[in-house]
Design a protein around this ligand. Structure first.
Ligand code: AHR
Length: 484
């Protein structure tokens, strides 16, 4: 028997809404042919596909990272502003593609405001310089009578865009990155780029590209960033992608248990990096710098017909839920997370000329961004276990919880191929009005498609008991209700 012990007095911290953010890159059909598709019959007068906008709004992403990704390390923001007919097409070296630059900063900010999300821009720390980064901040946020603010006005945007979040480069520790950086070199970038960007607008928040590689130099990198630029850096950005046995030749595999045990790796990374920040900041008399997992997802490096278009199945949806459970459990350190990406490219939404598909991973994301509100609960749970990959004795259920006022959210991934029973044990109060929102499908390999778009979907039910829940095999259950 499984049990979840709920003590409403035991809280981790407030869940920052930004942990349900997204990321859009100039890559494949994410922007061009996804969000922006002026020739499509469903495009509005700005060229944005209205069906994509609708599906994105269902995901309630409160912050959106842009324009890359690897792309940004060769990007010139000036190429993407001003009259469209005068914008240059360029080779994008990161993805070996042609970038028409018909969608750029102003279109992105408008798109964000349109769907109710906060824009988060990443500057080019690859082949770009600090002048360019500074100028971009001033172009976007300037209010004075300066050449750059006036340039934005001349382009048709009178009011400051007021872009608050700015990333200092992308994955600078990866050798695939244009202008990848040594630890010391990047720490200096944080200091110097950060300095002039905050001089342009002191109200902005900066994210340092801390680690995506998870190699031994991650400690040195974090230490140097803290030593050089802790007064400027507001978040440490970390990235990861996971998949079913990616290590074995980057192919999908049928090692379900190993895949489900990936929660242990996520946990190790988050608690390890949080501890690292606590130690480093303690040594310098600082408050720990929060984490932004500003690229995360399941990714099999699919190229298919178009770049990086993954077709996700049910087990991938479970793993997306496992990652969000970890963000909730680490609400005291993870203050932002961005699902990479949003449309077509490793994405919850896949478009075609005739419509779009909400992929399996769309559903847990939508439920979590709706219901994981207020404080994260410090839950304890116990019960059946399994062995998977390098991990033994992993609990079959993966659990997180939230409480906002009396509104409870429980987020339960059942990693068993059988149904499981769980008892809810309260140390105080009573549960009422429980509803179960269940993400499931016929089989762990089930994939939604245009022909069968709702094989993996959400069903809602009222549980028969307020103390014992029956969890469907291979499912994500979001339990909502009142705890008073
Ligand atoms: O999201 C796809 C790519 O993954 C991004 O461009 C890069 O930052 C990461 O390696």
């Amino acid at each position: 028997m499984n049990a979840i012990h709920i003590d409403p007095a035991r809280r981790v911290d407030a869940i920052h809404p930004h942990v349900f953010g997204g990321f859009a890159e100039h890559l494949g059909r994410c922007i061009n042919g996804g969000i922006y598709d002026p020739d499509h019959p469903l495009a509005d007068d700005r060229g944005l596909r209205s069906d994509v906008r609708q599906a994105l709004m269902e995901l309630r992403m409160p912050i959106m990272r842009y324009p890359g990704g690897n792309f940004v390390s060769g990007y010139r923001w000036r190429d993407g502003v001003g009259p469209r007919e005068a914008r240059p097409a360029r080779h994008d070296l990161a993805w070996a593609a042609l970038e028409p630059n018909t969608f750029g900063t102003n279109e992105f900010v408008d798109f964000c405001r349109d769907i109710g999300t906060e824009p988060y821009l990443v500057v080019n720390c690859g082949d770009g310089d600090m002048r360019e980064a500074h100028d971009w901040v001033e172009y976007c946020n300037g209010r004075d009578d300066t050449a750059l603010a006036n340039l934005r006005r001349a382009h048709g945007w009178e009011r400051s865009h007021d872009v608050k979040y700015w990333g200092l480069g992308n994955e600078v520790d990866g050798e695939w990155q244009i202008g990848a950086k040594q630890p010391q070199e990047y720490a200096r970038v944080c200091k110097e780029f950060g300095k002039v960007m905050k001089w342009a607008d002191p109200s902005i928040k900066l994210l340092a590209s801390a680690t995506c590689h998870w190699r031994s130099d991650l400690v040195e990198r974090a230490q140097l960033i803290v030593e050089e630029a802790s007064d400027l850096i507001d978040y440490m950005s970390i990235h990861w992608y996971v998949g079913n046995s990616l290590a074995r030749g980057q192919q999908r595999d049928d090692d379900f248990n190993a895949y489900m045990a990936i929660s242990e790796l996520i946990e190790a990374r988050l608690s390890g990096y949080a501890g690292l920040m606590r130690g480093l900041c303690l040594a310098h008399g600082l408050e720990p710098i929060p984490l932004a997992v500003d690229e995360w997802n399941v990714w099999y490096r699919a190229f298919r017909d178009q770049a990086l278009e993954e077709h996700y199945n049910l087990e991938d949806a479970l793993v997306v839920a496992l990652q969000m459970n970890a963000f909730i459990r680490h609400a005291d350190t993870v203050k932002m997370a961005n699902l990479a990406q949003i449309v077509n490219v490793i994405a919850p939404i896949l478009t075609s000329p005739t419509g779009l598909v909400r992929q399996s991973i769309f559903h847990p994301f939508r439920l979590y961004s709706q219901w994981a509100r207020g404080d994260a609960l410090d839950l304890h749970w116990e019960g059946e276990t399994f062995d998977g990959g390098d991990y033994q004795g992993v609990r079959v259920l993966d659990v997180a919880g939230s409480l906002q006022g009396s509104r409870l959210g429980l987020f339960i991934v059942n990693r068993s191929l059988e149904s499981s029973t769980v008892e809810l044990k309260l140390s105080a109060g009573e549960l009422s009005d429980l509803t179960c929102h269940v993400v499931n499908g016929p089989d762990i390999k089930t994939v939604n498609s245009e022909a069968e778009p709702e094989l993996v979907t959400v069903r809602t039910a009222t549980p028969a008991s307020a103390t014992h829940l029956e969890l469907e095999p291979h499912s994500v259950t979001v339990v909502t209700g009142h705890l008073a």
